[in-house]
Design a protein around this ligand. Structure first.
Ligand code: GDP
Ligand code: MN
Length: 380
C-alpha cells in the first residue's frame, strides 16, 4: 500500500525530518486560504499515487493567494497517468539550491535495509540507476546497530554534500531509517531532499510504501488507504485473502502455495509463455475463494489461457474443482483452462471437472506446455 506525499511527509515530520509548512486542499478556495495563512509563495501539488507529477504538470508554483487558487483550479480534476486529482498539497515554496535523493529500501540479497543517496535528486531513482548507476551510493544497515554516523558520512561524501550539512543530513538519514522500521515500510524515500537558499535541508517530496502483510499492526496507517487509486483486482484479492500480483504475460496462473506458484511461473516461461500474474490461493482454499481467484485472473484482458495447478494437501481438490465450476458458470469469457490437480481427493476433483470443457494435464510440465499452446490458439 502506498501513502500519498502529504501522508508520507507527516510521518517524516514526526521523526524530526524537516518538511515545508503546508496543508491539504480539496477546493481552489481552500488552497487560497492556506496560501493566505502561509503568507508566502507556495507550491500547489497534486496528490496522486504516481511519480513524475512535476513533468505531468501536476506541480505549480504560485506567488500570491490568487495565483494559488488559480493553480489549484487547474490541477484539481486533472488526470495524471489515469488518476484523477482530488486533493492538492499547498506547501510553502522552497528556495532550492540543490536536489538530493535519499531512500531506504530492503535489499533482500543482503538481507539488510539499505540507505541510498544520490546527487541526482528530483529524478526518478530508477532512471538514475539506469543511466548513471555510479551516482548512487548505498550503505547496508546492521539490524542491531542501526545507521551509524560513519555510514551517514559515507553517503554524504558519496554525493559531495558540503561539510556544513553533514550533521543535519546524518540526522535525517537516521530518522528516515527509524521511520522505515517503525511503520514496516518496504520503501521510504525523500526525492528531492533539498538544500535551500537559507542553508537548510528540507524534504520537499516524500513517498512511503507500506508492507501489506504488516498492515494489521498499523490500523491507523491502514485507514489512510486510498482505494480509488489502487488496482481494483488487487483490492478484490485482498478482500478474499488471496496473494495476487498482476504481471504482463498472457497465462493466468491459479496455484496454491507461494513456492508452487513461483515454480509454475518459471515453468510457464520455460515453456515459452509469460505468466499474467502471481496468485497463491493459500492452503485450504474453499470454493468461493477459488471462484473469486478465477474472476480476478479473467478481469485481465491480456489473459489468453488459464493454468490451474493445485497440489492438494490441506487444500482439497474437490473443493477447488467446485470453485472452478462455480466460476466458469458465471463467466462470459470462453478462455481455455488447463487443469492439473494432484493430491487430496484428486479423483473426486477430476470427476467434478469432467463435465466441464477443460484441458487436463498429468504433470506440471505437461500443464505448462498445454497452457502456452492454448494461449497461442494451438491445440496441444
Ligand atoms: P514528483 O514530480 O511527483 O516527484 O514531485 P516533486 O515533489 O518531487 O516535485 C518535482 C519537482 O518540482 C522537484 O524536483 C522540484 O524541482 C520542483 N519543486 C517541487 N517543490 C518545489 C518548491 O517548493 N520550489 C521549487 N522551486 N521547486 C519545487
Ligand atoms: Mn519527487
Amino acid at each position: 500500500m502506498n501513502l500519498h506525499e502529504y501522508q508520507s511527509k507527516r510521518i517524516f515530520a514526526k521523526y524530526g525530518i524537516p518538511i515545508p509548512h503546508g496543508e491539504v486542499a480539496t477546493t481552489p478556495a481552500e488552497a487560497r486560504d492556506i496560501a493566505v495563512r502561509l503568507g508566502r509563495p507556495v507550491v500547489v501539488k497534486s496528490q496522486v499515487l504516481v511519480g513524475g507529477r512535476g513533468k505531468a504538470g501536476g506541480i505549480k508554483l504560485a506567488k500570491t493567494p490568487d495565483e494559488a487558487e488559480a493553480r489549484a483550479h487547474a490541477i484539481l480534476g486533472m488526470e495524471i497517468k489515469g488518476l484523477t486529482v482530488k486533493k492538492v498539497l499547498v506547501d510553502e515554496a522552497a528556495d532550492i539550491q540543490q536536489e538530493i535523493y535519499l531512500g531506504a529500501v530492503l535489499d533482500r540479497a543482503r538481507r539488510r535495509v539499505v540507505l541510498m543517496a544520490s546527487s541526482e535528486g528530483g529524478v526518478e531513482i530508477e532512471q538514475v540507476a539506469h543511466d548513471t548507476p555510479e551516482k548512487i551510493v548505498t550503505v547496508a544497515v546492521h539490524p542491531f546497530l542501526g545507521l551509524r554516523d560513519h555510514q551517514a558520512r559515507i553517503l554524504a561524501d558519496g554525493i559531495n554534500l558540503p561539510k556544513e550539512h553533514l550533521r543535519s543530513f546524518a540526522k535525517i538519514a537516521q530518522s528516515l531509517y527509524r521511520a522505515y522500521l517503525d511503520v514496516d515500510a518496504t520503501l521510504a524515500e525523500i526525492n528531492p531532499l533539498v538544500v535551500t537558499g537559507e542553508g537548510q535541508l528540507v524534504a520537499v517530496d516524500g513517498k512511503i510504501a507500506l508492507d501489506d502483510s504488516a498492515l494489521f499492526r498499523h490500523t491507523d496507517l491502514a485507514e489512510m488507504a486510498d482505494p480509488a487509486e489502487e488496482d481494483p483486482a488487487e483490492q478484490e484479492a485482498r478482500r478474499f485473502g488471496l496473494n495476487y500480483i498482476n504481471l504482463d504475460g498472457e497465462i493466468g496462473c491459479m496455484v496454491n502455495g507461494a513456492g508452487l506458484a513461483m515454480a509454475t511461473m518459471d515453468i510457464v516461461k520455460f515453456s515459452g509463455g509469460e505468466p499474467a500474474n502471481f496468485l497463491d490461493v493459500g492452503g485450504g482454499a474453499q470454493a468461493d475463494k477459488v471462484a473469486a481467484a478465477l474472476r480476478i485472473i479473467l478481469s485481465d484482458d491480456r489473459v489468453k489461457a488459464v493454468l490451474i495447478n493445485i497440489f492438494g494437501g490441506i487444500t482439497r481438490c474437490d473443493e477447488v474443482a467446485r470453485g472452478v465450476l462455480e466460476a466458469i458458470d458465471t463467466l462470459e469469457r470462453q478462455d481455455p483452462f488447463v487443469v492439473r490437480l494432484v493430491g487430496t481427493n484428486e479423483e473426486e476433483g477430476r470427476r467434478i471437472l469432467a463435465e466441464a470443457n477443460l484441458i487436463t494435464a498429468t504433470s506440471l510440465a505437461d500443464a505448462a506446455r498445454k497452457a502456452v499452446a492454448a494461449a497461442k490458439g494451438e491445440s496441444a
